[in-house]
Design a protein around this ligand. Structure first.
Ligand code: 13P
Length: 254
C-alpha cells in the first residue's frame, strides 16, 4: 500500500493570497507521481479558489454537515463541496470533538453521508486524555464507523481512511511530543483488528494514518512502521519545504 500524506491547515493561513502562495510552493516542487499520495485540507473559504487554480492537487474539507440543504445556519454540505471539485473530507478531528461538541454519533452520521456520496473520508480517532486506554480509542472508532454497508461490487471501505491522533501529541498542545512510532504502530494494529472483526477481509482496504507532531525529521520513523499507512500533518504542512520533505519520505518507505 502506498503511503498517504494529508496536510491539515486548520485555521491557517490568514489570507487567500497566503493560501495560494503555500499551495503554489507545494505544487511547483512536488514530484508528479506523488500527487496521488497527497491531500490538502485548507479552510472552507479558500477551497474553491485553490481547487480551481491547482487542479492536480487533491483537496479536502476539514468538516461538513450531513444534510444536503435546509435551515442549518453556518453549515456546508457535501453537495456544495462536490460542486467546487472537492473529493475528500476530514471528520471527527479531536479539535472538533473537544471544542465544537462533535461526538461519535455525529461523526458516524457524517462518515455514512460522505461515503454514500462517494467522498474519500478521513475519520480521526484517538485518546482525548493522555491516560485514556486503548478501549476508549477502539470504542470511539467502532461507533464512528458503524453501519457501513459492504455492497458489491465496490466496497466503500477503500474510500475510508482512519487517522489515529493522540491528542497529547498534537504540536499545538502544551508539552506535545510525537508518539513513539512503535507505540502508535501497536495502537493502529489494534484498530486494524477491530476493523477486521467488523468487516472481515474487506477491512484490509482501509488506510490508517498517524497524526501528532509529524515533521520532516520524524516522518520516516512513523512511516516505516508496518501498520502505518500515512500521516495526518498539522503544523508542518504550513511550511512548504518541511511538508515536501515529508511527502518525499514516502518514496523511501513505500
Ligand atoms: P500537528 O502535526 O501540528 O501535531 O497536528 C496534528 C493534527 O492535529 C493534524 O490534524
Amino acid at each position: 500500500m502506498t503511503k498517504l500524506i494529508v496536510g491539515n491547515w486548520k485555521l491557517n493561513p490568514a489570507t487567500l493570497n497566503e493560501a495560494v502562495a503555500l499551495a503554489s510552493a507545494v505544487s511547483v516542487s512536488v514530484k508528479s507521481e506523488l500527487y496521488e499520495q497527497m491531500v490538502l485540507l485548507p479552510p472552507f473559504v479558500f477551497l474553491e479558489e485553490l481547487a480551481k487554480k491547482f487542479r492536480q492537487i487533491q483537496w479536502g474539507a476539514q468538516d461538513f454537515f450531513w444534510e444536503d440543504k435546509g435551515a442549518y445556519t453556518g453549515e456546508i454540505s457535501l453537495g456544495m463541496l462536490k460542486d467546487i471539485g472537492v473529493g475528500w473530507v476530514l471528520v471527527g478531528h479531536s479539535e472538533r470533538r473537544r471544542m465544537f461538541g462533535e461526538t461519535d454519533e455525529t461523526v458516524n452520521k457524517k462518515v455514512l453521508a460522505a461515503l454514500s456520496q462517494d467522498f474519500k473520508v478521513i475519520v480521526a480517532v484517538g485518546e482525548l486524555q493522555r491516560d485514556d486506554g486503548e478501549e476508549v480509542i477502539i470504542s470511539s472508532f467502532k461507533k464512528s464507523i458503524s453501519g457501513i454497508k459492504l455492497q458489491a461490487p465496490s466496497s466503500k471501505l477503500q474510500d475510508l481512511i482512519v487517522a489515529y491522533e493522540p491528542v497529547w501529541a498534537i504540536s499545538t498542545n502544551p508539552g506535545a511530543v510525537a508518539d513513539d512510532p512503535a507505540r502508535s504502530n501497536g495502537i493502529i494494529g489494534q484498530l486494524k483488528l477491530a476493523a477486521y472483526e467488523m468487516f472481515g477481509d474487506e477491512s484490509k482496504s482501509i488506510r490508517f494514518l498517524y497524526g501528532g507532531s509529524v515533521n520532516a525529521a520524524n516522518a520516516a520513523g512513523s512511516l516505516a512502521q508496518p501498520n502505518i499507512d500515512g500521516a495526518l500533518v498539522g503544523g508542518a504542512s504550513l511550511n512548504s519545504d518541511e511538508f515536501l520533505r515529508i511527502i518525499n519520505t514516502t518514496a523511501s518507505v513505500s
